[in-house]
Design a protein around this ligand. Structure first.
Ligand SMILES: Nc1ncnc2c1ncn2[C@@H]1O[C@H](COP(=O)(O)OP(=O)(O)OP(=O)(O)O)[C@@H](O)[C@H]1O
Ligand SMILES: [Mg+2]
Length: 138
């Protein structure tokens, strides 16, 4: 599914579409260049799932945890990861198989550790004000 020309104000609607599309699947990979809009879309997604607290980039912490309506979300940013051993050491696999939502920025940094079935979200910059969002089950 492709959601074309998504501006910042379209993100809440796009997030609802994604939640419906995902169904029971809870591992989401966010692909896209630096500044493509991964964190912004995750923010809207967290709001759609009932998160009231601030959603910020976990670049330095690697993982942030949020609570929504009866659910827990782990938000990862692996951009600064040096190698996959570092992800193993922080217990990434325990998070992935915990049954909670996992939203992963820069999943290519841990390609060997990713669960078999995920929702793949790709963001592409169209221009300063809009993005194209492609969503698929893998
Ligand atoms: N759908 C959108 N339409 C227009 N602008 C957007 C959209 N999504 C994000 N932006 C803008 O793009 C910039 C970068 O967004 P964001 O931090 O979400 O990107 P990112 O992919 O998480 O970047 P990084 O790779 O550094 O983590 C921000 O200024 C944000 O406001
Ligand atoms: Mg980001």
């Amino acid at each position: 599914m492709t959601i074309k020309a998504t501006t910042l104000s379209d993100l809440p609607a796009a997030a609802s579409q994604l939640v419906t599309f995902a169904g029971a699947e809870k591992i989401f990979l966010f692909n896209g260049d630096m500044g493509a809009g991964k964190t912004s879309f995750i923010k809207s997604l967290c709001e759609a799932l009932g998160v009231k607290e601030a959603v910020t980039s976990p670049t330095f912490a690697i993982v942030n945890e949020y609570r929504g309506a009866d659910i827990k979300i782990y938000h990862f940013d692996f951009y600064r990861l040096k190698n996959q051993t570092e992800a193993l050491d922080m217990g990434a696999e325990e998070y992935f198989y915990s049954g909670n939502y996992c939203f992963i920025e820069w999943p290519e940094k841990i390609s060997d550790m990713l669960p078999l079935h995920c929702i793949n979200v790709s963001l592409k910059v169209l221009n300063d004000n809009s993005r194209e969002i492609t969503i698929e089950k893998i």
